[in-house]
Design a protein around this ligand. Sequence first.
Ligand code: PMP
Length: 419
Amino acid sequence: MTKTRADGVTNFDAWKHAYASRAANLSVSEVRALFAVVSRPEVVSLAGGMPDVAALDTELIEKAFASLMSNRRDLALQYGGGQGDLRLREQIQEIMALEGIHSSVEDITITTGSQHGLELVSDLFLDQGDVVLVEAPSYVGAVGIFRHKEAQIAHVYTDEHGISPQALAETADRLIAEGKRIKLLYLVPNFANPSGVTLTADRRLEVLEICKQRGILIIEDNPYGQLYFGEKPPNAMRSLDEQNVVYLGSFSKILSPGLRVGYVLAPPAIREKLVLANESAILSPASFAQMLVSEYLSIADWQKQIATFRDLYQTKRDAALQAVEQFLPKVHTTRPDGGFFLWLTLPEGLNSKEMLPLAVTELVAYTPGTAFFGDGRGADNIRICFSHPTADNVRVGIERLSRVLNQQIDLLETFGKKD
Ligand code: PMP
């Protein structure tokens, strides 16, 4: 049994006076606060963005493990280089080539998940008050990092074709005219978390040009690019510009998030600083996890595994869309062509954060839209993650959600908007 400290004993303010000022920006994320609820078996969780690791071929992973232990054990159990395992970096080049990227192994740094890559890049670039431009909505984990760096987060209008180039140029120019220093544009161009939308090929070119003209570095975060359901998405922005784009990749969604292996492909001008930052933070990325991934990639038909994930998630996406159409006729949803998420827009006046406890009593959990904005917006949005529950449970979950939502919508229509 787990031993926990008796509640009520700990004074959580005991060291408050000594925290760095930026620690005030570390608060419980809406996604994390849900984890306790979500782990109850009777609750269908449409909340956390988890892959369906049950669809992995565990025999292949065991084989990779056995081969690692018999052939490269001493290296795997030892510290490694700060930039990461060379063989794995070469294999990552092959993966990125699927998105049109030509890279040099020298420019790749392996990190503890791509989250850590984003943290390192943010730490290299952001001083207090610097501006980071992001989509509206944007990935909660990125918003959290930028907040922790005491940056100003500026959301840019985003529609079903991704971030709007016109709004991007206008927002950037307005902030520059106000004397702000815009350092970064952070984007998830493929099947975005949380919106599910994909940036069109034309807009990619425009966004690159707008940022180049204004000296804004682009962070292209692409954990879902391989998980397309129909046509492949356009090539990575990094394939069009190697000087002004930092590309983040991850094995979390195409293999396993438990291994915590991600990577950064940095412009040559930045890569050395990035490796130094990685070494300063963690000495070296986990040799064992890297080499296990590398072994897996060399023995497994990993493209076939990714194809299995595509089929599986497409079936679940279809179940989710069908259930939304059937049970939530007054709710708008995005129609993603890949990835893990639907982004729902509720009739104006509803508050998804306030409704969450009601949903949990109906045994369904979701993430309120406010988690994905740095400015309090998103009360009338919900992120639905369809990747982890079975297709049947996705349907059950959305039906349960409809009991709460439709009742609230009826109340709203009868009594009007609350003050
Ligand atoms: N970026 C995005 C857009 C994500 O959705 C996630 C995972 N939820 C991450 C980064 C972090 O992934 P990793 O497991 O590689 O740290």
